[in-house]
Design a protein around this ligand. Structure first.
Ligand code: BES
Ligand code: ZN
Length: 598
């Protein structure tokens, strides 16, 4: 068996895969929208080392009814003490051979699952269910070894109410479902072994639009048309990604647009990326998010961080590749813009983490005793991508691209640790010690801060937005600013570049001239609302409240609530709005906000 054992063992899983490891999961589940439970069974294939007597699974909040062997005989099992982060070890006495079947039901507050009432959907007529597995939430709905280094194939048979359609991160064997006594049953199969955080499900009133030979979009009927035009370039993105990284090995690449409570921008579930509806700007201006999730089909889904301390290998490579896809499809000017905005986000994040010397600025982050979610900062994304850009510029694009392709080929369908990455790049690219020294590879990976040799991104297209922000700071009237034809990103940059303090009448004039409080573009509105909170600009407060109540994407709601709580005047508003919004947010978002709005 080739799993990572100490010292690279996954501290966020109870599993002991070197003794017994799960290789396949077969789910048979029924969704009960009244009880808010998934109930049924998980049948696990287990590979045993010689002498193995038990298998340890991860579970959190699962009601385990019984465990049986292939002959139906009951197997002894114990659920250990519950840790608030990790949940419980579920230890099962192994029969000499054959799979084990766990009969169980999920808890109504399983953190991975969100059960939406019809009122929380676009169509208002049908309920909706979706899951979010990353990082360690799969154990709240599937009893398995929930570690990214323990890859598993899966199959599923899922029964939902008759008027709903189920989608999973797998091949659909029954696109229209099959009617039965308990509802409509959909069957799926994922024949590539994947890390369990990528097992995902959604069920709702879903329509589908094809976008290309192997691409398409799922969404509620009211949303699917808009989503199809927004994502019109999806097929060319896949083609561009293949040219850069090698063949796309997952068959189809579809995107599911979720209801607005989806806590992330996107989640790279194999074969079907889950995406926030806040990406639907109407002008394709936010599709870098698709490039990002698509890139994960290689960095993350094909080659997977072995532990959550190696998360930067998933997100740093992905952020780098995202930008290369944007460059290939939309040109260097647009790719430059995305990089500059990312670099600014990184600077803001480093402040939030307590400055350059914070240990949380280390790429290979220490997560002992912590929730892996704590490591999901901009550091693995932007510092990780900055390192890869530095390597690219140091060795040249040709050699770097050849290395990238080789990296995905060598490690396809396997986990990778940071140490393994170092060994790999030293063997295949940085063979000259002097070149590695020039980069300072180990400092980049194991030390805090952004090293001085980082390449500062620049974007000619943002010059005007920067100049106009400066002009406004010097007193120029809002109506004299030259903002014609500005893109989403130019507005974002302009708003970020405004001076820290402005008089109320200056904000009023900006708002009047450009209708900022009425913006529908989520990224632009978000930046404007941050400016508004900073100045206690009252006229934007209804828009702020509307925005916080109408979507639950953590990247947007966390800073806004944090800004309110940090202000001298906004705490009561924050608490009142959060009390109203909380029931519609996903557990990933409330987990974070409960620690902020209190
Ligand atoms: N895999 C992440 C989302 C994630 C990270 C979920 C950590 C759980 C734990 C996804 O690929 C991602 O990075 N999404 C970003 C969007 C992207 C364009 C930077 C997001 O949600 O903001
Ligand atoms: Zn990502």
């Amino acid at each position: 068996m080739n799993e990572t054992s100490p010292p690279d063992r996954d501290i966020h899983s109870y599993a002991r895969p070197w003794e017994a490891r799960v290789t396949h999961v077969a789910l048979d589940l029924t969704a009960d929208f009244t009880a808010k439970t998934l109930a049924g069974s998980a049948t696990l294939d287990v590979e045993r080392a010689a002498g193995a007597r038990e298998v340890v699974l991860d579970a959190k909040g699962l009601a385990v009814e019984r465990v049986t062997g292939k002959d139906g005989a009951a197997l002894k099992f114990t659920l250990g003490a519950a840790d608030p982060i990790l949940g419980q070890p579920l230890t099962v006495e192994l029969p000499p051979s054959g799979p084990i079947t766990v009969a169980y039901r999920t808890s109504p507050d399983a953190a991975a699952l969100q059960w939406l009432a019809p009122s929380q959907t676009a169509g208002k007529a049908h309920p909706y269910l979706y899951s979010q597995g990353q990082a360690i939430l799969t154990r709240t709905w599937i009893p398995t070894q929930d570690s990214p280094g323990i890859r598993q194939t899966y199959a599923a048979s899922v029964t939902v109410p008759r008027d709903l359609r189920a989608v999973m991160s797998a091949e659909q064997l029954t696109p229209d479902g099959e009617d039965g006594p308990r509802g409509r049953t959909f069957r799926f199969r994922m024949t590539h072994a994947i890390p369990p955080y990528l097992i995902a499900i959604a069920a709702g009133d879903l329509a589908f639009r094809s976008l290309g030979p192997r691409t398409g979009v799922y969404a509620e009927p009211a949303v699917v048309g808009g989503a199809a035009s927004e994502f019109a370039d999806l097929e060319s993105m896949v083609t561009a990604a293949e040219a850069l990284l090698g063949p796309y090995l997952w068959g189809r690449y579809d995107v599911l647009v979720l209801p607005p409570s989806f806590p992330f921008g996107g989640m790279e579930n194999p074969m079907v990326t889950f995406a926030t509806p806040t990406v639907l700007a109407g002008d394709k201006s936010l599709v870098a998010l698709l490039a990002h999730e698509l890139a994960h089909s290689w960095s993350g889904n094909l080659v997977t961080n072995a532990t959550w301390s190696d998360f930067w290998l998933n997100e740093g490579f992905t952020t780098y590749v995202e930008n290369r896809i944007m460059e290939a499809v939309y040109g260097t000017a647009r790719a430059d813009v995305v990089r500059v905005i990312g670099w600014r986000d990184l600077a803001i994040e480093i402040e939030r983490l307590g400055g350059m010397q914070s240990k949380d600025t280390v790429l290979h982050v220490d997560l002992k005793g912590r929730d892996p979610d704590d490591g999901a900062t901009q550091i693995p994304y932007e510092k990780g991508a900055a390192l890869l850009r530095l390597i690219e510029q140091t060795v040249g694009r040709g050699p770097f691209d050849a290395y990238l392709k080789g990296y995905f080929e060598r490690h396809a369908f396997k986990p990778i640790t940071t140490a393994q990455f170092l060994a790999d790049i030293r063997t295949h690219l940085l063979t000259d010690k002097a070149v590695e020294a020039k980069i300072g590879l180990e400092d980049w990976i194991y030390q805090p801060a952004i090293p001085d040799n980082a390449i500062q991104p620049r974007a000619a297209q943002l010059t005007s937005a920067g100049e106009q922000a400066a002009a406004f700071a010097r007193g120029a009237g809002a109506s004299t600013l030259r903002t014609k034809d500005w893109s989403t990103q130019e507005w974002q940059y302009f708003l970020q570049e405004l001076p820290p303090t402005l008089a109320t009448d200056r904000l009023t004039s900006l708002d009047k001239a450009f209708g900022l409080s009425e913006r529908r573009n989520s990224e632009v509105l978000f930046e404007w609302l941050r400016v508004a909170i900073r100045h206690h600009y009252q006229p934007a407060m209804p828009a702020l409240e509307r925005f916080l109540l109408s979507q639950g994407r953590r990247k947007f709601v966390r800073p806004l609530f944090q800004d309110l709580m940090d202000s001298s005047w906004g705490k009561a508003d924050a608490k009142r709005i959060y009390a109203a919004a909380r029931p519609s947010y996903h557990a990933v978002t409330t987990q974070t906000l409960d620690g902020i709005v209190k």
